[in-house]
Design a protein around this ligand. Sequence first.
Ligand SMILES: *Cc1c(COP(=O)(O)O)cnc(C)c1O
Length: 418
Amino acid sequence: MDHFNLRNGELYAEDVPMARIAAEVGTPVYIYSRATFERHAAAFRDGLKDCPRVHLAYAIKANPNLAVLRLMANAGYGADVVSGGELERALAAGMPAKDIVFSGVGKTRQELAQGLDRGIGQFNLELEAEGVALSEIAAARGQRAPCVLRVNPDVDAGTHAKISTGKAENKFGVAIADAPAIYARLAALPGLDLRGVASHIGSQLLSVAPMEATYHRIGQLVADLRAAGHAVTRVDLGGGLGVAYRAEDRPVWPDEYGAMVARVTRDWDVELMFEPGRVIAGNAGVLLTKVIWVKPSPANPWVIVDAAMNDLARPALYDAWHDFVAVKPSGERFVANIAGPVCESGDTFAKARDIDLVKEGDLAIFRTAGAYGATMASTYNSRALVPEVMVDGDRYAVVAERISPKTIMDEERVPEWL
Ligand SMILES: *Cc1c(COP(=O)(O)O)cnc(C)c1O
């Protein structure tokens, strides 16, 4: 459930008319609902109420806006970060360093050192060489880096290939069959404090089955590691819960997920860590856009909106579906294609979709755009970087300014020899 609803025939974000935001901030613009974020943060935590020791690390790549991170910090969440840049964001938003987990298959030595400098709570190692490097860097400083080993369980998450991460062919983690030997070698290194294992099999999962299969494999691995004499105190179960992009999507509710986790992990006796991203942010944001033209065509008309693939990349990247709804729907509908102004045929949000009838100048939203939306935006075609707004009851704040093409151009240089 979200807080983007019709009231007296027009769409509101909480208690703010979206038309007001369009008039005052312009379009395209992302709109986030504080109440929705907080509801999701609480629902995910509540779902895990039967798990005794839980650490929540919001996967900030889903939506790293500083205001969002502050909200999540206030809700008691740490962060799962995947770059030095994200690490600095999490700290800047007030997340305690000890609550930060550093994931990612390509952490550089400089980023590993940065994590040690900042005193983060955990490194999730993706390969043996990374652990060796981290040990060297930490030992040279007289430190032991808290870490876990990410394993690839070879489970098909049943999601889009580009957001699947737990198959043997994916780049993430070490093969689960190799994990015991690698774990033993890493555990012996002087600069590491190896505490357990991690896995994350993909995103937008709409069934518990692949997660449950993964957790059973992880449970067996934990038992094997203990039998080999290792003290396993932490298991990071990753993120990946899906959200409903379409009316017929049946996401896994946090309660159902939490009940499965509690059942499968009952005897593990570890601190469980979670890295939810999309399930927190997805339905907490929409992208507000304005119709530039409705262009006739031999097949369906083209609704050309002022948002484009540079603002919301998911349809172009993953063939993703985002519901399109008029801000002041007339009740009439038509079948149309929806596209942005960018000069790529891939800049198409929908084909032959039954949508609210819109005309030039009308406002509309793409729903469920709070995760992997603004954070993937670019300035392709010399378009502005899309702004972000957060609504709180009857007030709102611009939480990221629109960055103009001029500002970006000002950072470029023409060398004197041209
Ligand atoms: C992206 C990512 C997540 C979050 O995934 P969601 O599907 O957004 O929940 C969690 N952990 C890791 C390691 C990731 O790369």
